[in-house]
Design a protein around this ligand. Structure first.
Ligand SMILES: NC(=O)c1ccc[n+]([C@@H]2O[C@H](COP(=O)([O-])OP(=O)(O)OC[C@H]3O[C@@H](n4cnc5c(N)ncnc54)[C@H](O)[C@@H]3O)[C@@H](O)[C@H]2O)c1
Length: 249
Protein backbone atom coordinates (compact mmCIF):
# COMPACT_ATOMS: atom_id res chain seq x y z
CA UNK A 1 0.00 0.00 0.00
CA UNK A 2 1.28 3.51 -0.82
CA UNK A 3 2.31 5.66 2.16
CA UNK A 4 -0.35 8.19 3.19
CA UNK A 5 0.28 11.80 2.15
CA UNK A 6 2.26 13.83 4.71
CA UNK A 7 3.37 10.67 6.49
CA UNK A 8 6.06 11.19 9.15
CA UNK A 9 6.57 7.48 9.75
CA UNK A 10 10.04 6.85 11.19
CA UNK A 11 10.90 10.54 11.49
CA UNK A 12 12.25 12.08 14.71
CA UNK A 13 11.00 15.53 15.73
CA UNK A 14 11.98 17.93 18.51
CA UNK A 15 9.27 20.40 19.51
CA UNK A 16 10.30 23.16 21.91
CA UNK A 17 7.65 24.30 24.35
CA UNK A 18 5.77 21.08 23.60
CA UNK A 19 4.37 20.70 27.09
CA UNK A 20 1.28 22.86 26.56
CA UNK A 21 -0.60 25.13 24.15
CA UNK A 22 0.37 25.22 20.47
CA UNK A 23 3.46 23.06 21.10
CA UNK A 24 1.39 20.28 22.65
CA UNK A 25 -1.01 20.32 19.68
CA UNK A 26 1.99 20.13 17.32
CA UNK A 27 3.42 17.15 19.25
CA UNK A 28 0.07 15.34 19.02
CA UNK A 29 -0.30 16.03 15.32
CA UNK A 30 3.27 14.96 14.41
CA UNK A 31 2.95 11.81 16.52
CA UNK A 32 -0.41 10.97 14.88
CA UNK A 33 1.37 11.20 11.51
CA UNK A 34 3.94 8.64 12.70
CA UNK A 35 6.79 10.77 14.09
CA UNK A 36 8.73 9.96 17.25
CA UNK A 37 8.53 13.17 19.24
CA UNK A 38 10.90 14.75 21.74
CA UNK A 39 9.19 17.36 23.89
CA UNK A 40 11.78 20.00 24.82
CA UNK A 41 10.34 22.18 27.58
CA UNK A 42 11.64 23.85 30.73
CA UNK A 43 8.47 22.89 32.61
CA UNK A 44 8.81 19.16 33.44
CA UNK A 45 5.15 18.50 34.25
CA UNK A 46 3.75 19.20 30.78
CA UNK A 47 6.73 17.68 28.96
CA UNK A 48 6.52 14.45 30.96
CA UNK A 49 2.74 14.21 30.56
CA UNK A 50 2.83 14.70 26.77
CA UNK A 51 5.85 12.40 26.36
CA UNK A 52 4.15 9.62 28.34
CA UNK A 53 0.94 9.92 26.34
CA UNK A 54 2.71 9.94 22.98
CA UNK A 55 5.40 7.42 23.95
CA UNK A 56 7.94 10.09 23.11
CA UNK A 57 10.88 11.63 24.97
CA UNK A 58 10.79 14.46 27.50
CA UNK A 59 13.85 16.71 27.18
CA UNK A 60 13.81 19.05 30.13
CA UNK A 61 15.79 22.24 29.62
CA UNK A 62 15.87 25.92 28.79
CA UNK A 63 16.13 26.82 25.09
CA UNK A 64 18.24 29.88 25.96
CA UNK A 65 20.93 27.73 27.57
CA UNK A 66 23.38 26.40 24.97
CA UNK A 67 24.44 23.42 27.12
CA UNK A 68 20.78 22.43 27.66
CA UNK A 69 20.06 22.64 23.93
CA UNK A 70 23.01 20.44 22.94
CA UNK A 71 22.21 18.01 25.78
CA UNK A 72 18.55 17.63 24.77
CA UNK A 73 19.53 17.04 21.14
CA UNK A 74 22.04 14.36 22.22
CA UNK A 75 19.52 12.73 24.59
CA UNK A 76 16.86 12.73 21.86
CA UNK A 77 19.20 11.13 19.34
CA UNK A 78 20.11 8.43 21.86
CA UNK A 79 16.48 7.75 22.77
CA UNK A 80 14.76 8.14 19.39
CA UNK A 81 17.39 8.44 16.62
CA UNK A 82 18.82 11.24 14.44
CA UNK A 83 16.72 14.40 14.35
CA UNK A 84 14.83 15.01 11.09
CA UNK A 85 12.46 17.78 12.20
CA UNK A 86 12.65 20.65 14.66
CA UNK A 87 9.83 22.97 15.58
CA UNK A 88 10.99 26.15 17.32
CA UNK A 89 7.81 26.86 19.23
CA UNK A 90 8.81 27.87 22.80
CA UNK A 91 8.14 31.56 23.23
CA UNK A 92 7.13 34.24 25.69
CA UNK A 93 5.33 37.55 25.26
CA UNK A 94 7.04 39.60 27.94
CA UNK A 95 5.12 42.24 29.86
CA UNK A 96 2.49 43.97 27.71
CA UNK A 97 3.25 47.65 28.42
CA UNK A 98 4.47 50.64 26.43
CA UNK A 99 8.08 50.41 25.22
CA UNK A 100 9.40 53.13 27.51
CA UNK A 101 8.04 51.35 30.57
CA UNK A 102 10.17 48.25 29.94
CA UNK A 103 13.50 47.54 31.58
CA UNK A 104 16.40 46.53 29.33
CA UNK A 105 16.48 43.11 31.00
CA UNK A 106 12.81 42.52 30.15
CA UNK A 107 13.44 43.28 26.47
CA UNK A 108 16.53 41.04 26.42
CA UNK A 109 14.68 38.15 28.04
CA UNK A 110 12.07 38.06 25.26
CA UNK A 111 14.79 38.21 22.59
CA UNK A 112 16.68 35.42 24.38
CA UNK A 113 13.79 32.95 24.45
CA UNK A 114 12.20 33.84 21.10
CA UNK A 115 15.33 34.39 18.96
CA UNK A 116 18.44 32.99 20.66
CA UNK A 117 16.51 29.79 21.50
CA UNK A 118 15.70 28.99 17.83
CA UNK A 119 19.25 30.06 16.81
CA UNK A 120 20.78 27.57 19.29
CA UNK A 121 18.58 24.66 18.29
CA UNK A 122 19.16 25.28 14.56
CA UNK A 123 22.91 25.44 15.28
CA UNK A 124 22.79 22.17 17.21
CA UNK A 125 20.93 20.12 14.59
CA UNK A 126 22.13 21.57 11.28
CA UNK A 127 25.47 19.72 10.98
CA UNK A 128 23.60 16.38 11.30
CA UNK A 129 20.91 17.45 8.82
CA UNK A 130 23.59 18.50 6.30
CA UNK A 131 25.38 15.18 6.75
CA UNK A 132 22.17 13.20 6.22
CA UNK A 133 20.98 15.67 3.54
CA UNK A 134 17.52 15.86 5.06
CA UNK A 135 15.80 18.18 7.48
CA UNK A 136 12.70 20.20 8.19
CA UNK A 137 12.85 23.31 10.37
CA UNK A 138 9.67 25.14 11.29
CA UNK A 139 9.73 28.18 13.57
CA UNK A 140 6.67 29.78 15.10
CA UNK A 141 6.85 33.52 14.49
CA UNK A 142 3.73 35.71 14.81
CA UNK A 143 1.64 38.20 12.91
CA UNK A 144 3.07 40.64 15.50
CA UNK A 145 6.41 40.25 13.72
CA UNK A 146 4.91 41.57 10.49
CA UNK A 147 2.52 44.19 11.82
CA UNK A 148 3.97 45.27 15.19
CA UNK A 149 1.45 45.04 18.05
CA UNK A 150 1.29 48.00 20.46
CA UNK A 151 2.42 47.10 24.01
CA UNK A 152 4.29 44.14 22.51
CA UNK A 153 7.46 45.80 21.20
CA UNK A 154 10.01 43.16 22.28
CA UNK A 155 7.68 40.36 21.20
CA UNK A 156 7.01 41.96 17.80
CA UNK A 157 10.73 42.65 17.26
CA UNK A 158 11.64 39.09 18.27
CA UNK A 159 9.13 37.54 15.87
CA UNK A 160 10.36 39.74 12.99
CA UNK A 161 13.82 38.41 13.84
CA UNK A 162 12.54 34.81 13.67
CA UNK A 163 11.23 35.48 10.15
CA UNK A 164 14.59 36.97 9.05
CA UNK A 165 16.59 34.16 10.70
CA UNK A 166 14.41 31.66 8.80
CA UNK A 167 15.04 33.37 5.47
CA UNK A 168 18.82 33.59 6.04
CA UNK A 169 19.27 29.98 7.15
CA UNK A 170 17.03 28.66 4.37
CA UNK A 171 19.35 30.23 1.77
CA UNK A 172 22.49 28.96 3.54
CA UNK A 173 21.38 25.33 3.19
CA UNK A 174 19.26 25.44 0.00
CA UNK A 175 20.33 22.86 -2.56
CA UNK A 176 22.39 20.82 -0.10
CA UNK A 177 20.02 17.86 -0.03
CA UNK A 178 16.37 18.10 0.99
CA UNK A 179 16.51 20.60 3.86
CA UNK A 180 13.85 23.25 4.23
CA UNK A 181 13.52 26.10 6.73
CA UNK A 182 10.21 27.89 7.15
CA UNK A 183 8.30 30.00 9.63
CA UNK A 184 4.65 30.52 10.30
CA UNK A 185 2.91 33.60 11.62
CA UNK A 186 -0.23 32.94 13.65
CA UNK A 187 -2.59 35.65 14.84
CA UNK A 188 -3.96 35.26 18.35
CA UNK A 189 -4.47 31.59 19.30
CA UNK A 190 -6.35 30.38 22.40
CA UNK A 191 -3.62 29.05 24.73
CA UNK A 192 -2.31 29.68 28.27
CA UNK A 193 0.11 32.31 26.88
CA UNK A 194 -2.87 34.70 26.84
CA UNK A 195 -3.14 34.48 30.65
CA UNK A 196 -0.19 36.87 30.85
CA UNK A 197 -1.44 39.31 28.21
CA UNK A 198 -3.57 42.35 29.13
CA UNK A 199 -7.26 41.87 28.21
CA UNK A 200 -7.19 45.11 26.18
CA UNK A 201 -4.28 43.77 24.14
CA UNK A 202 -6.14 40.51 23.43
CA UNK A 203 -9.25 42.50 22.39
CA UNK A 204 -7.07 44.60 20.07
CA UNK A 205 -5.63 41.48 18.46
CA UNK A 206 -9.00 39.77 17.94
CA UNK A 207 -10.53 42.99 16.56
CA UNK A 208 -7.94 42.91 13.75
CA UNK A 209 -8.99 39.42 12.59
CA UNK A 210 -11.61 39.39 9.78
CA UNK A 211 -12.86 35.96 10.95
CA UNK A 212 -13.55 37.62 14.32
CA UNK A 213 -12.23 34.82 16.52
CA UNK A 214 -9.07 33.40 18.05
CA UNK A 215 -7.41 30.46 16.32
CA UNK A 216 -7.10 26.95 17.74
CA UNK A 217 -3.78 25.23 18.48
CA UNK A 218 -4.89 22.31 16.28
CA UNK A 219 -5.28 24.68 13.31
CA UNK A 220 -1.67 25.81 13.75
CA UNK A 221 -0.52 22.20 14.13
CA UNK A 222 -2.07 21.28 10.77
CA UNK A 223 0.08 23.89 8.96
CA UNK A 224 3.20 22.84 10.86
CA UNK A 225 2.50 19.23 9.84
CA UNK A 226 2.60 20.11 6.14
CA UNK A 227 5.84 22.09 6.51
CA UNK A 228 7.40 19.29 8.60
CA UNK A 229 6.56 16.65 6.00
CA UNK A 230 8.58 15.41 3.05
CA UNK A 231 5.81 16.75 0.79
CA UNK A 232 6.94 20.36 1.38
CA UNK A 233 10.23 19.84 -0.50
CA UNK A 234 10.05 22.92 -2.82
CA UNK A 235 9.09 25.35 -0.08
CA UNK A 236 11.82 27.13 1.85
CA UNK A 237 12.64 30.51 3.36
CA UNK A 238 8.97 31.39 3.66
CA UNK A 239 6.70 32.66 6.37
CA UNK A 240 3.19 31.20 6.19
CA UNK A 241 0.25 33.09 7.51
CA UNK A 242 -2.36 31.53 9.81
CA UNK A 243 -4.34 34.51 10.99
CA UNK A 244 -8.03 34.29 10.08
CA UNK A 245 -7.31 36.83 7.36
CA UNK A 246 -5.49 39.41 9.51
CA UNK A 247 -2.23 39.54 7.57
CA UNK A 248 -2.34 41.40 4.31
CA UNK A 249 1.11 40.33 3.09
N1 LIG B 1 -1.01 31.96 21.52
C1 LIG B 1 -0.92 32.94 20.62
O1 LIG B 1 -1.80 33.80 20.50
C2 LIG B 1 0.25 32.99 19.69
C3 LIG B 1 0.16 33.76 18.52
C4 LIG B 1 1.25 33.83 17.66
C5 LIG B 1 2.40 33.14 17.96
N2 LIG B 1 2.47 32.39 19.10
C6 LIG B 1 3.72 31.70 19.39
O2 LIG B 1 3.49 30.31 19.47
C7 LIG B 1 4.40 29.73 20.39
C8 LIG B 1 3.67 28.92 21.45
O3 LIG B 1 2.76 29.77 22.11
P1 LIG B 1 1.68 29.24 23.15
O4 LIG B 1 0.57 30.21 23.10
O5 LIG B 1 1.40 27.79 22.95
O6 LIG B 1 2.50 29.47 24.52
P2 LIG B 1 2.34 28.82 25.97
O7 LIG B 1 2.78 29.85 26.95
O8 LIG B 1 0.99 28.22 26.15
O9 LIG B 1 3.41 27.63 25.94
C9 LIG B 1 4.79 27.91 25.79
C10 LIG B 1 5.59 26.70 26.23
O10 LIG B 1 6.97 27.04 26.06
C11 LIG B 1 7.68 26.67 27.24
N3 LIG B 1 8.84 27.56 27.39
C12 LIG B 1 8.81 28.90 27.62
N4 LIG B 1 10.06 29.36 27.73
C13 LIG B 1 10.90 28.30 27.56
C14 LIG B 1 12.30 28.16 27.58
N5 LIG B 1 13.11 29.20 27.81
N6 LIG B 1 12.82 26.93 27.36
C15 LIG B 1 12.02 25.85 27.16
N7 LIG B 1 10.67 25.95 27.14
C16 LIG B 1 10.12 27.15 27.35
C17 LIG B 1 6.69 26.81 28.37
O11 LIG B 1 7.09 26.02 29.50
C18 LIG B 1 5.40 26.33 27.71
O12 LIG B 1 5.23 24.93 27.84
C19 LIG B 1 5.22 30.90 20.97
O13 LIG B 1 6.43 31.05 20.24
C20 LIG B 1 4.33 32.08 20.73
O14 LIG B 1 5.03 33.29 20.65
C21 LIG B 1 1.41 32.30 19.97
Amino acid sequence: MAEPFFSLAGKVAIVTGGGQGIGEAICRRLAAAGAKVSIFDMAPEGANRVAAELKGYAGIGDVTNEADVFRVVAETEKALGPVDIIVNNAGITGRTVKLWELKKEEFSKVMDVNVIGPFLLCKAVMPGMLERKYGRIVSIASVAGKEGNPTMSPYSASKAAVIALTKSLAKEVAGQGDITVNAISPAVIQTPILDGVAATTVQYMVSKIPMGRTGKPEEVAALVHFLASGDSSFTTGQCYDISGGRSTY
